[in-house]
Ligand binder design. Sequence first.
Ligand code: C2E
Ligand code: MG
Ligand code: MG
Length: 709
Amino acid sequence: MKKLDSCSDDFSSTTLVELAEVLRQQSSAQSSLEHMVSKLLSTALLGVAVVQRDSFLFANSVLQHMLDSAEGTLKQTLNYSSLRLQPYALPACAGKTEKVAHSIEDVHYECRWQTPKGKLLDVEVYSVVVPWGEDQASIVLVNDISVRKQYEASARLAGLVYESTSEAIVVTDEDGIVVDANPAFSAITGYAIDEVLGQRLNILASGKQSPQFYQKMWAELAESGQWQGDIWNRRKNGEEYAERLHISTSWNPDGTVYRRIGVFSDITSHKKREALVWRQANYDHLTNLPNRQRFQGRLHEAMQKSIQEGSPFALIFLDLDMFKDVNDTLGHNVGDELLKEVGRRLQTCVRDTDAVARLGGDEFTVIVAGVEDLSVVERICQQILGTLAKPYKLGEEVAMISASLGVTMYPADANDAGELLKNADMAMYAAKECGRNQYCFFLPAMREAVQARVQFSRDLHIALAENQFRLYYQPIIDVQTGKVCKAEALIRWLHPELGLVPPSEFIPFAEDSGLIVEIGNWVFNAAVDQAVAWQSFGKDFQISVNVSPAQFYANGVNPKDWLQRIESAGLDMSSIVIEITERLLLDTNANVTKILRVFRDAGIAIALDDFGTGFSSLTYLKRYPINFIKIDQSFVRNIEPGSEDQALCDAMIVMAHKLGMEVIAEGVSAEVQLSLLQDAGCDYLQGFLFCPPVPAEQFQQWMQNWRYQ
Ligand code: C2E
Ligand code: MG
Ligand code: MG
């Protein structure tokens, strides 16, 4: 096509028709151009504007839409430079905005705009300066890049998280080859990123998980693309660590695996803490043996195994004999050492498959698995008794101890864990009753005996409520004067069916059940009433009351109440003697000492009963406020001229006198005993030779007839 401006040169040679044709063609080209420009301006992709002197001369619909402007209003309402968001725009934008607004030069930049309605949008601006009439203008192309910017921001954020998270992130390809890992991965595993790229992650394997574990994990990954769990791996330095791992999968469009992404955190300290807590809950801190809780689990496991394999097992319950005495005499630290050693020795007596546990205190259990023959258990029991009986060297001290063992068989004796333990406990008690340092097998009769004892304890409650107790009195005679100067109050239970029950048969139950406190108070009150009734026996006449250690331990002795009771009965404090046993003094219990001192200070005498049978120690005789010692009847019974018991009685009497105490001999039942004790300088005598314990009325009659030859 010929250009119009060139046609003038050829005018002479151009016909009108040709000119008309040229004009037509030029006009058509013009309209094509206009059409093209109009199409370009109405593009849906870009905002297009003509800006001159900071005003919009033109804006296409895309730009109007971007700026929330109604058709045609942009020109009047908005300046180009006012779009720039302040103060967030990059400083670089400022100059660029000016250049566009005032058509200074061509620019290309990114900026953030704020529309008059407050909408924020990220834009990419491309502007060229063109001549416009007499002046210049900027043709501005605006691309809304808000979405791209958002993607960029979140990608930046993801990158930041990836780099700075404390969770390790490792990416592998579909074959498990590492393609990327973050710094936390290096921090946890000790491998630099370069060292793992191109490697398989089995370089971390610790061997702690079985092949089946990994098979299951891969099966789960193949099915769901996800897996999570805790695994033990190994760091580069060889140290094992625990990680909590989550694996997810990124898929290709065709459904094949693109990447596997593993995210894990180091939970070693958490696992260690967990293990420690578990150990504390299941193991005894002193002996490191399983504790009661773990024992229960082991017992259930043994029961299940026994059912599956059809082989019986034995449960041995072991209690040390007189362990309290070791604690009391050698101290708790030595006691602890002894328990540790007992635990160690017990383990040497059993096979690895057997389970030793410490239930608490001095109680241990042994589960002997797979016992086809009772003789196996018997052999183990004998071995335990023999091993434990050997001397214990504990620091400076050497201690000896024995144990009583109760054995029960599963499933022959019971099929319930609780029952089994009870059986073994009962059998152990039977071993104690038979004289300790031995073992007893459980017998059903033991259960019946225990049931009878439970019934007996119930009856004791009834006895209190229905006033079935009686106090008997036994005279105590002054050797010098022959006068009956004291009486010991001894309790009896007038049982509706069993008749008169002696204290030895029910006091231990009362002590175990705590009922001793009420019974003790009853005895004390009854004795005080009797002392009131017997004031005619003389001002010096005393009634001795036996007080069990269990009453003290249960805070059942209230000295204030007791003193008040004596006072309000109008008695002298000296009318009552309190008989305690050596065992009570073994306990270095400050409260016991305090109570004894209150009694003693008030003028109540204290007698030490059954002297010579316990830990007859001079130290506590000196330490405690004791007025009388009562030589136990076991010494008096066999006393004969020149006998060892005579020597012992003589020694006890001399010693007591040296410490300023008086001596009462119990169980005097023969003339020879009387004369030997008299010769030894014993102060008081008590025994069947004079009178057995009798009811109060009978005691009174006996007193009337009493003549000392
Ligand atoms: P105990 O305090 O040593 O009492 C002396 C025991 O020796 C009494 O037994 C008495 O009957 C017995 N006895 C006295 N003389 C002779 C004798 O010549 N030959 C023999 N074979 N025995 C003699 P009993 O009354 O059966 O009391 C036994 C134990 O029961 C008492 O020993 C005491 O420890 C306890 N007991 C008795 N009454 C009470 C009480 O009211 N409270 C408490 N806590 N314990 C009591
Ligand atoms: Mg007594
Ligand atoms: Mg006694």
